[in-house]
Design a protein around this ligand. Structure first.
Ligand SMILES: NC(=O)C1=CN([C@@H]2O[C@H](COP(=O)(O)OP(=O)(O)OC[C@H]3O[C@@H](n4cnc5c(N)ncnc54)[C@H](OP(=O)(O)O)[C@@H]3O)[C@@H](O)[C@H]2O)C=CC1
Ligand SMILES: O=C1Nc2ccccc2C1=O
Length: 322
């Protein structure tokens, strides 16, 4: 297998590259911090981010993840041009931010968001466009916003439509009126959070919704000191890999697309190699089981934390575990 390997999106049959390079998290914090907030940051360029994106593409990443709220769309567009890789060889995921204000001074819908995205990235279409969270604005009902997603899909401005951080309850609401069903749900996923909200993984599988994992390295990058540390060290030694490679492998083996990021060129190669080694089913299960003995949620957007107690109870964990 190579880095360009893809999973199939059940509802559209499109082939999505398994490893995505994120321009959110550390990058958006750096950019917004330097520019005094999202409004100014949309126009500003971060040369470090552009260099990291170009480097990622040159190391074989063909899937880039951005979002309206990251203010990194222009950087992604510049990186695509500078990389020299034709746009159609790349997969671009982008996300709608309902709090953004349009040129008329009013909150806008997904359609206006995509029109701006295409202009900022200087591309003709987006491969996957997602509702970033369950938040809506005062001008759009859920159905009105989804209708705009469908219009974008029908016009070919976006090739797949989906959601991020969505619960079973909200997916069911969308599915009731959707003519084009959500193709993907991008969620926080790692051994310490194996269901971002109750039943979400099983529901996605049954409904042909592909899962994408963000924050896959949380057990080592955000919540070190937990029960997985020793097991990851042992497995890293056993397989001659790094602990981050073992974690990414654990996600990959479940048929889940991974969105990760790095500013470290050496780690780009490590990430690539995740597709070309395997761990045993016993070791995979050991990570699952030890991961389930601890609960950690990095991203607290509403209503997700309201599921924490239920998720901990399902695993037999004390309610104060995190
Ligand atoms: N839809 C949504 O709501 C969300 C989407 N995302 C998307 O997912 C992307 C990735 O999210 P993120 O949480 O950063 O992903 P990861 O869990 O993959 O974490 C990446 C971070 O981990 C660090 N890291 C890598 N290896 C190690 C190690 N061995 N020890 C300690 N730290 C390490 C990297 O730092 P270094 O640079 O030093 O390698 C980098 O900052 C985002 O950029 C964004 O595009 C993220 C959050 C929410
Ligand atoms: O990259 C991200 N960082 C975030 C922080 C809070 C909510 C969403 C996100 C992202 O998508």
């Amino acid at each position: 297998m190579t880095i360009t390997d893809r999973f199939t999106i059940p509802s559209t049959g499109d082939k999505i590259p398994i490893l995505g390079f994120g321009s959110g998290t550390k990058w958006q914090h750096k950019k917004k911090g330097a520019n005094g907030g999202p409004e100014k940051s949309h126009d500003a360029i971060d040369e470090d981010l552009i260099a990291a994106l170009v480097q990622a593409i040159q190391h074989g990443f063909i899937h880039l993840d951005t979002a309206e709220t990251y203010t990194t769309r222009r950087d992604v567009g510049i990186a695509i041009k500078r990389s020299g890789v034709p746009r159609e060889k790349l997969w671009i995921t982008d996300k709608y931010q309902p709090r953004a204000i349009g040129k008329d001074g009013l909150p806008r819908g997904p359609y206006a968001s995509v029109v701006e995205a295409l202009e900022f990235m200087q591309i003709e279409y987006i491969d996957l466009f997602l509702f970033h969270t369950e938040y809506l604005n005062s001008r759009y009902t859920l159905e009105q916003a989804w209708r705009e997603m469908e219009k974008l899909y029908e016009e070919g401005k976006v090739k797949n439509i989906g959601v991020s951080n969505h619960t079973v309850k909200r997916l069911k609401e969308i599915q009731k009126f959707a003519k084009v069903q959500p193709a993907v749900n991008q969620i926080e996923f790692h051994p310490y959070l194996q269901n971002q909200s109750t039943g979400i993984i099983e529901y996605a599988k049954k409904n042909g919704i592909l899962i994408e994992a963000y924050a896959p390295l949380a057990p080592i990058a955000r919540a070190p000191g937990g029960p997985l540390d020793k097991l990851l060290d042992d497995l890293a030694e056993k397989y001659g890999k790094t602990t981050s490679q073992i974690l990414l492998k654990w996600v990959h083996k479940q048929g889940i697309v991974t969105i990760t990021t790095t500013s470290n060129e050496g780690r780009l190669d490590q990430i690539q190699k995740v597709l070309s080694f395997d761990i045993s089913d016993e070791d995979q299960k050991a990570i699952t089981d030890v991961g389930n003995s601890h609960f950690y949620r990095a991203f607290q957007m509403s209503p997700l934390p309201t599921y924490d107690d239920q998720l901990k109870k399902e695993r037999g964990l004390p309610l104060d575990n995190q």
